[in-house]
Design a protein around this ligand. Structure first.
Ligand SMILES: [Zn+2]
Length: 77
């Protein structure tokens, strides 16, 4: 998702939170890409570990967006 340039947030905190979303999304994308590349080349324990990382990264993205929504409703920005 591309958020930079399309949204002009009203406050610095929101800018910070949106940046965190972008970072989390990049990490998540990388983790999933890594997982996709390595399907079939990894043995089960390593694959499961990578899958856990990808899941954790997805969770980070969700949390980051939740923080933005929470901030938006609390701050009204
Ligand atoms: Zn705000």
């Amino acid at each position: 998702m591309h958020i930079s340039g399309s949204i002009t947030p009203a406050c610095e905190e929101k800018v910070r939170l949106l940046r965190r979303c972008a970072v989390a999304e990049a990490k998540c994308g990388y983790a999933i890409q890594n997982l996709t590349w390595r399907i079939g080349t990894l043995r089960a324990p390593n694959y499961a570990e990578l899958q856990d990382l990808a899941e954790a990264a997805k969770k980070l993205v969700e949390d980051a967006w939740e923080a933005v929504e929470r901030h938006t409703s609390e701050h009204g920005c």
